[in-house]
Design a protein around this ligand. Structure first.
Ligand code: CA
Length: 224
């Protein structure tokens, strides 16, 4: 679980990040819109908290670009602009929730948790994924690689789903552990390595894609 906080007012950002962390929500803070947009592409977050009035690039533009970049992380917009028009506009262009300043930090924590849960529930919304010559049926945990069908375990399917949804981007072992095994699981990085090993075997007939290891960072699914 990881939160990206994009807020320029340090008097708001610092205490909010502290409270999020205290509630088990590790938070990366950036203080302008452009850095926020760049950071959102660099790492995978479970929730993004986004202020609208930001230097370098305003929040609406950040949100638009994030969605254009196919990043579907739930976004909680946090802003002093609390007119109805702004809310509707924000939601229309892809915000998932909206909070007006001033706010109670505990309410932000509750909403971030709710958004993260929604994201987890949504993971099986898409039944079929494909990348190059690999097709994944998420519901039945089966793949077709270069025309040949093969079955996966539930965890292999979940890992591949994350890799396919984020194709080309590196996913850390930590993120895989949290998403596939759950935050409270006793699985270790070694467990992830073993599953990646199995998954690679099942994908070895692919002529157009493979799982690439980025040492110390994680894994990505890439075109050959
Ligand atoms: Ca601001």
């Amino acid at each position: 679980m990881r939160v990206l906080l994009i807020e320029d007012e340090q008097g708001i950002a610092k205490p909010l990040a502290k409270i999020l962390e205290k509630n088990g929500l590790p938070t990366d803070s950036v203080y302008d819109g452009l850095s926020g947009y760049i950071q959102a592409q660099k790492e995978i977050y479970d929730v993004i908290i986004l202020d609208l009035m930001l230097p370098e690039m305003d929040g609406i533009e950040v949100l638009k670009r994030i969605r254009n970049a196919d990043i579907h992380t739930p976004v909680l917009v946090l802003t002093a602009k609390d007119t109805l028009d702004d809310k509707i506009y924000g939601l229309e262009i892809g915000a998932d929730d909206y909070m007006s300043k001033p706010f109670y930090p505990t309410e932000v924590v509750a909403r971030v948790r709710a958004l993260a849960r929604r994201k987890d529930n949504r993971i099986h919304d898409i039944d079929q994924l494909s990348f190059e010559d690999i097709a994944l049926d998420c519901v039945n945990a089966t793949i077709v690689v270069a025309g040949k069908p093969e079955s996966l375990t539930a965890k292999e399917s979940h890992i591949l789903e994350l890799l396919m949804k984020n194709a080309g981007n590196v996913i850390s072992k930590d993120h895989l552990l949290d998403s596939v095994w759950g935050v409270d699981s006793e699985a270790t990085e070694n467990t992830v390595e073993i599953y990646i090993h199995y998954l690679r075997k099942k994908l070895e007939n692919s002529e157009r894609a493979k799982i690439v290891t980025s040492r110390g960072l994680g894994y990505s699914l890439r075109s050959l």
